[in-house]
Design a protein. Structure first.
Length: 134
């Protein structure tokens, strides 16, 4: 493995090593969400969520779509298999916060039409339904 590949792997692992960033990665695995939606789901200030999203983005894990004043983020397709494998590897762990996040994202997406967020166009299609981690 060359030096560049090693640094990319280290950056990838470091990015996923933070509990909040892992929650964000899980949430944007199959649906594109904006920072205000993520802040609502995570019950955190938008500035905190935005900082975490920027770390994930700089690691190259996110694709994005700008729509009016909102930017929607979703995991890059090339990393989806790795993310899903990691989730499956830890499926036996019952993590209440992940289960809560899954319910909140479903609720938030159902309410999107009535919210301030117009929703993405290019990234609007959902990927395969979220695999239950419970």
């Amino acid at each position: 493995m060359n030096c560049i590949a090693t640094m990319n792997l280290v950056s990838f692992c470091r990015t996923l090593g933070d509990p909040t960033r892992w929650r964000i990665v899980r949430l944007v695995s199959d649906s594109a969400l904006c920072v205000c939606e993520l802040a609502d789901i995570l019950e955190m200030p938008q500035s905190t969520v935005s900082s975490h999203v920027q770390v994930i983005r700089k690691a190259g894990l996110l694709e994005s779509e700008r729509r009016e004043k909102w930017t929607y983020f979703r995991i890059e397709a090339k990393y989806l298999g790795v993310i899903e494998s990691l989730q499956a590897s830890f499926a036996d762990f019952k993590v209440p916060i992940w289960q809560s996040d899954d319910k909140k994202v479903a609720k938030r997406l159902a309410e999107r039409e009535d919210s301030c967020c117009p929703g993405p166009i290019k990234l609007a299609s959902r990927r395969s339904p979220r695999k239950a981690l419970a």
